[in-house]
Write a protein that binds this ligand. Structure first.
Ligand code: ACM
Length: 261
């Protein structure tokens, strides 16, 4: 399975420009799965809900057909972050788009900092989608800080965790090595680069997107500033076994009677 990460610097509120930048980077590339950053079509640092609403799209928005066409041309699935309007609600969402134009939406569960003033908390829960027999799970950025998110997906059979992100703190890349190890899954964090400023302040994004395998090895990595689409071949079957040695099965050894969650 050929998996790619697109790391770039979306421009705040410039949806057409961002789609064009994405198309330029993905055109003529072939992959089975490509993962883009959180809010890839809109940028991140909205001053308020009204500004985010203006950049948001509903299910009739152009981005859905746009990513359907890109996925068809590449012959693979694309997971891309967007601001999603649904009635009067506004979600920080990631869409898994297949080459035949199906769209599966995940709405961010754990909102970070000022996102709480802008978006509604996600209501989809953590879901797994099967593509060419590989179960792919989706979570967004700050969901990393709640180990229950990746665990829920892993227990649902997720082999490859697609993790669109707009990270501003320095801890996630290291934590995702643990998310991979404790669940024995592939974790693919697609972060963004650049700085965005609004009247509340500036945010600098940390780049360093990465793909970690079930034994905690980084198979693909980016620098803090790199803008690129890079791919690596993985064998998702490596996530089938939860054995860490001959006697320890990570899932069967769980002592759920002792967990109060
Ligand atoms: C984040 O959740 N975008 C930090």
């Amino acid at each position: 399975m050929k998996v790619g990460i697109l790391q770039f610097a979306p421009r705040l509120g410039r949806v057409d420009d961002n789609r064009e930048a994405i198309a330029a980077m993905l055109r003529r590339r072939k992959f089975d799965l490509a993962i883009l950053p959180e809010l890839a079509t809109t940028g991140y640092n909205f001053a308020d809900r009204r500004q985010a609403w203006e950049a948001a799209e509903d299910r009739k928005g152009r981005s859905f057909d746009f990513f359907g066409e890109l996925a068809a041309a590449a012959g693979g699935v694309i997971v891309w972050g967007m601001a999603e309007k649904a009635g009067r609600r506004l979600y920080n969402s990631a869409v898994l788009t297949t080459p035949n134009g199906d769209h599966h939406v995940y709405r961010k569960t754990h909102l970070f900092f000022r996102e709480k003033l802008i978006f509604d908390p996600g209501d989809t829960g953590f879901r797994v989608f099967t593509w060419r027999k590989v179960k792919i799970g989706v979570m967004i950025c700050f969901d990393w800080m709640f180990p229950e998110a990746a665990r829920t997906l892993a227990l649902a059979g997720c082999r490859v965790l697609a993790h669109p992100a707009n990270l501003v703190m320095p801890y996630c890349q290291a934590a995702m090595v643990t998310r991979s190890l404790e669940n024995r899954i592939f974790c693919v964090t697609a972060n963004r680069v650049g700085t965005e400023t609004n009247r509340h302040g500036a945010l600098r994004f940390t780049g360093r997107s990465q793909l970690i395998d079930p034994s905690g090895v980084r198979l693909l990595g980016f620098t803090r500033t790199e803008k690129a689409f890079k791919t690596v071949k993985i064998d998702p079957r490596l996530a089938d076994t939860k054995m860490v040695n001959r006697l320890n099965d990570l899932f069967k050894d769980r002592r759920t009677d002792y967990y109060r969650i």
